[in-house]
Design a protein around this ligand. Structure first.
Ligand SMILES: [Mg+2]
Length: 232
């Protein structure tokens, strides 16, 4: 391993855990008692799936997460047949605050990053999404000190899986694709696209679910934790 590119959300940072509970808590905190909460929560769950399932909408909306969450609540209120002025932004803001408070690094993140540094591996953080949210996560969790290069989609203007993202990062690290590894939880963004450029692709499958049925992506390695990469 001559260089390592790492994803942030659900790779270093436990991003997705608790999202359902946070939506529920935000609805309970913000919606008037007269509102049918079960109905709204069902609509929210359906809307979230639909909203993020479209790759083009995903790309457009993920660079402004607070805006995306507000849009999701607006669509869900409409789906549930509820009209309530100001409720969508209130729920979105409440949800955002709960998420921010709850997010934690995975238990092996810091020790693994320290180990890669000790071994002199040039490190890059390559993350899609909202510039302010991703910067806030990096600062809040003290991650910047580990990385030689940090690329955030919202700052760079383009995100994974565009080739220019990986090429730019490799250039900034001064590393050729051969011997460079990319590790992350997203099969297309963190494994397949970098593999096409000649990087070694590692899929982080923290849940141990295995490749989805019919996946055409073939990672070079599948690991359940960063610690497994250190064991090499
Ligand atoms: Mg990720």
């Amino acid at each position: 391993m001559r260089a390592l590119l790492l994803d942030l959300d659900d790779t270093l940072l436990d991003y997705s855990s608790g999202a359902d509970a946070h939506w529920e808590a935000a609805v309970v905190a913000c919606a008037p008692p007269s509102l049918d909460r079960t109905r709204l929560l069902t609509a929210l769950a359906e809307t979230r799936r639909w909203f993020w399932d479209d790759p083009e909408r995903h790309r457009r909306e993920r660079v402004n997460m607070l805006g995306a969450w507000q849009h999701i609540v607006e669509f869900a209120l409409e789906r549930a047949g509820v009209e309530a002025d100001g409720l969508a932004p209130a729920i979105a803001r409440d949800f955002a605050a709960r998420r921010r408070d709850a997010m934690r690094l995975f238990p092996d993140t810091v020790e693994s990053l320290e180990d890669f540094r000790r071994r002199g591996v040039p490190l890059a953080l390559v993350t899609n999404g909202d510039a302010s949210q991703q910067r806030d996560k990096i600062e809040r969790h003290g991650l910047a000190r580990f990385f030689d290069v940090i690329l955030i989609e919202g700052e760079f203007g383009v995100g994974k899986p565009e080739e220019i993202v990986y090429r730019h990062v490799l250039g900034a690290l001064g590393a050729p694709p051969e011997g460079a590894w990319m590790a992350g939880d997203h099969l297309e963004f963190d494994v397949d696209a970098p593999q096409r450029l000649g990087l070694y692709g590692v899929w982080i499958d923290r849940g141990g679910h295995g490749l989805p049925a019919g996946s055409r992506v073939r990672p070079h390695r599948i690991v359940r934790s960063l610690r497994e990469l250190i064991a090499d």
